[in-house]
Design a protein around this ligand. Structure first.
Ligand code: HPA
Length: 289
């Protein structure tokens, strides 16, 4: 059975209770290609797709071959699910992701992390490109995500719950694992890569923020702002995954530099800092217990 392909401008609402059937179909599609049981799932955000080339014995499944998944449309996102080994550790990775601003339903946005769990992963590593709210976070800053603020106005867990996946009221006291943050900082130190730490604010997008919004978000306690990640973290915690992640700060928040923001500078900074982050991730997954 093939689930219908959602047209992204009229997204089909996917409720939590709908996920098990959809995940079953996705799992079957993956298992037709690979029997690899991943230890960890990794979402490769803007400019971070290069890590995909480092996977050993990699198998790539285009989104178009996965039931219910539309092609990734955001520039800089390829749109493939990868299974392979990174530094010997079995991983599943998403090259590209589904964004709300593309018109995707929040239930689709979180399906990759739910699929990671279904395939056997116990941890998810979320990456993204973000604007710096902390004035000391210039382009190229790598920020370990300590916590997040969900300002998308949406929630992937809205609607009847799927108790088989997770509880109705998930606890987010430690949404971002302290244990894994410590491991990440250790990996950065071993690689000689400087890592900052802070709170990620997730908005709907697709416009960049106004300078007044950037000042507000900084006052609210945010250190970086972007258009992804928060819903994926919520769903991952719901499904019992441990969550860790890094924001690649590609630009100072709107208004800080006096210059307009462009998607090109975001991609350029991602390309510059991506390899540094890739080294940290490789070290992080090496001998991951
Ligand atoms: N704002 C929101 N998302 C972003 C930014 C930004 O400044 N830079 C990269 N992604």
């Amino acid at each position: 059975m093939t689930a219908p392909r959602p047209a992204t401008d009229h997204p089909i609402p996917i409720r939590p209770i709908d996920q098990p059937t959809r995940l079953e179909a996705l799992e079957a599609a993956v298992r037709a290609h690979s029997s690899l049981v991943p230890r960890i799932g990794i979402i490769l955000g803007s400019g971070l797709g290069g890590l995909a080339d480092e996977l050993e014995d990699a198998l790539a499944i285009p989104f178009a071959d996965l039931p219910g998944w539309p092609e990734a449309t955001a520039p800089g996102h390829v749109g493939r699910l990868l299974l392979g080994r990174l530094a010997g550790t079995p991983v599943v990775a998403l090259q590209g992701r589904f964004h709300l601003y593309e018109g995707n339903d929040s239930g689709l946005v979180v399906q990759p992390v739910l699929l990671f769990a279904r395939l056997g992963a116990r941890t998810v590593f979320l990456t993204n490109a973000a604007g710096g709210l902390d004035p000391s976070f210039g382009p190229g800053t790598l920020m370990v995500i300590r916590d997040h603020i969900n300002l998308t106005g949406l929630n992937p867990l809205r609607g009847p719950n799927a108790d088989a996946i997770g509880p109705r009221f998930p606890d987010l006291t430690e949404a971002w694992s302290a244990r894994l943050r410590a491991r990440l900082h250790a990996a950065g130190a071993e690689e000689g890569v400087e890592l900052a730490e802070g709170v990620y604010v997730g908005l709907l997008g697709p416009n960049y923020e106004t300078p007044a919004e950037v000042r507000m978000l900084a006052q609210l306690g945010g250190h970086a702002v972007g258009m992804s990640t928060v819903l994926e973290c919520i769903a991952a915690r719901w499904a019992g995954l441990e969550v860790v992640g890094v924001s690649l700060v590609t630009n100072a928040g709107a208004g800080y530099s006096g210059q307009p923001l462009t998607h090109e500078e975001v991609l350029a900074a991602g390309a510059e800092a991506g390899p540094r982050l890739a080294r940290v991730i490789r070290r992080f997954v090496t001998d991951l217990p």
